[in-house]
Design a protein around this ligand. Structure first.
Ligand code: NAD
Length: 477
């Protein structure tokens, strides 16, 4: 945003990209053979550095989009430190090979699954939670024993700069390197044969990443976005729902991949909900959010114009402004905004909003809501506010989404025991905790023969007797 002090990010030289990639390729086996204790030591170094750099991280995010320091603690620092703690507690069991049963036909052998690192990993991250969404996946990549090249977003240059400094201080570039730059640096990196690419960003860019990955058959994790619907049914506690949705919609100025994107409220509760929502908007950010330090800004002019364009488009198609709708281009400021009567073909409803604007629709029949949701791309998250188990289960069973919260929104991100990610258009693969460790690992199946097994009786040349044995094997084993 306009108050940013740092220079725009400069693209990394192609020679440096190749040099560091070569270094990491050479180093990957040594790193891959590290013990749990050695990886825990690395995670401890990362944990300490994040806390040491906490003031600089807060300052960077304030410069990037005026994010409040407490919000930085809650949504950037805490998710990383809790991911580290969870990983340290579990890494020994995750890393240890797992015995699997042996079928009778293979008697005399044993089998186990060994968790080996994918190898050299590329991590491309977005700007909306630049620290959290870079260092979070990094924790899993370290735990699994990979070398990592990080390409942070060019849109939050201050945050990217701090991460480069922080990680450069504690890791050698043959192990972890931050390569700053924009699309051209990303494009150059994507030409290389990485063993795995972990990308967080928009679905349209995810397709570019997957196409590039296909060239080398690199595996991918795609943490994408989309429109996450929220339902408040006739049995919901409206006051609680309104408070939690207002938080989920306006935290980080609505620039959250799992923000409630648009809302369906049961007709019988709509009036009560609108009043409660407006009350909470004011309680959080006063009558004039532009004066409240708790309220962040849109990241830059490009995104400010994008969101404002969506609102203008909806208004031109007959939408009603229920609250907010104030703009200040000089500050990339858009006030907390609530709208109704938004045409389904307006940009606000065809694109991911990614800003502090909430369109609300009323409903009487839940099946029309389900049909509407299912007619769209699978969302990253779907939220249900209801006090009736039957209603909750009905919606869960008849919709699809990367993740869900019941009577909350976005909170599932914070439970490291839950796999986090999308499905199809909202993502491929999962992050966090054990799911994250597995994402960066190859599950190598290892079979060991101890004494000759029955199958050896069935080697060529085949004859009638062997065929009978084969028939018995198929029948009984
Ligand atoms: P983005 O896709 O524009 O950028 C993400 C990264 O990709 C950046 O590092 C950028 O430099 C790079 N990039 C951009 N264009 C590229 C191209 N043509 N080729 C190669 N690399 C390119 O996303 P963003 O604007 O930073 O973030 C917003 C999007 O990310 C939203 O759609 C949001 O929902 C999604 N998101 C998803 C998650 C999740 O966990 N699923 C989290 C945060 C954001």
């Amino acid at each position: 945003m306009n108050t940013a002090v740092s220079e725009p990010v400069v693209d990394t030289q192609i020679e440096d990209i190749q040099r560091i990639f070569d270094l990491q390729q050479k180093h990957q086996y040594e790193l891959g053979n590290t013990t749990a204790a050695q990886r825990i030591a690395k995670l401890n170094k990362l944990h300490d550095a994040v806390l040491r750099y906490r003031p600089e991280i807060k300052e960077a995010l304030y410069q990037d989009y005026r994010k409040h320091p407490s919000e930085v603690d809650l949504t950037e620092i805490y998710p990383v430190t809790s991911e580290i703690k969870h990983t340290k507690r579990n890494i020994r069991s995750w890393m240890s090979s797992k015995r699997v049963p042996t079928p009778l036909a293979l008697m005399g052998s044993s089998s186990r699954v060994v968790y080996e690192p994918k190898g050299v990993v590329l991590l491309i991250s977005p700007w909306n939670f630049p620290i959290n969404l870079t260092l979070g996946p990094l924790v899993s990549a370290i735990a699994a024993g990979n070398t990592v090249i990080i390409k942070p977003s060019e849109m939050t240059p201050n945050a990217s700069g701090v991460m480069k400094k922080l990680l450069g201080e504690i890791f050698e570039e043959k192990e972890i390197a931050v390569l700053e730059g924009g699309v051209s640096t990303s494009t150059e990196l994507l030409k290389l044969p990485f063993n795995h690419i972990f990308f967080t960003g928009a679905p349209s860019i995810g397709k570019i990443v997957m196409r590039a990955a296909a060239e080398h058959l690199s595996s991918v994790t795609l943490e994408l976005g989309g429109k996450s619907p929220t339902i408040v049914d006739e049995t919901a506690n409206v006051e609680t729902a309104a408070r939690r949705i207002a938080w989920g919609k306006f935290v980080n100025n609505g620039q959250v991949c799992i923000a409630p994107d648009y809302l369906f409220v049961h007709e019988s509760k709509q009036e009560e909900f609108m009043a409660a929502f407006k009350k909470n908007m004011t309680a959080f950010y006063s009558e004039d959010a532009s004066k409240e330090s708790s309220y962040a800004r849109i990241v830059n002019g490009k995104h400010y114009n994008r969101v404002k364009g969506y609102v203008d488009d909806a208004m031109s198609k007959g939408a009603k402004m229920e609250a907010g709708g104030n703009f200040d281009e000089s500050q990339d400021y858009i006030s907390p905004t609530l709208m109704t009567n938004v045409a389904k073909d307006s940009k606000l409803m065809t694109e991911e909003i990614f800003g502090p604007v909430l369109p609300v629709y009323s409903f009487t029949n839940i099946d029309t809501v389900i049909d509407e949701i299912n007619s769209r791309e699978k969302p990253l998250a779907l939220y249900i506010y209801s006090s009736k188990k039957k209603n909750i289960n009905y919606i869960l069973a008849n919709t699809r989404a990367g993740g869900s919260c019941i009577n909350h929104n976005a909170a599932h991100f914070f439970n490291t025991n839950l796999p986090f990610g999308g499905s199809n258009n909202s993502g491929i693969g999962k992050a966090h905790g054990h799911a994250g460790f597995l994402e960066f690992s190859n599950e190598r199946g290892v079979f060991k023969q101890h004494i000759p097994n029955a199958l050896e009786l069935l080697l060529p040349p085949y004859n009638d007797f062997k065929q009978k044995l084969i028939d018995l094997t198929i029948k009984w084993f």
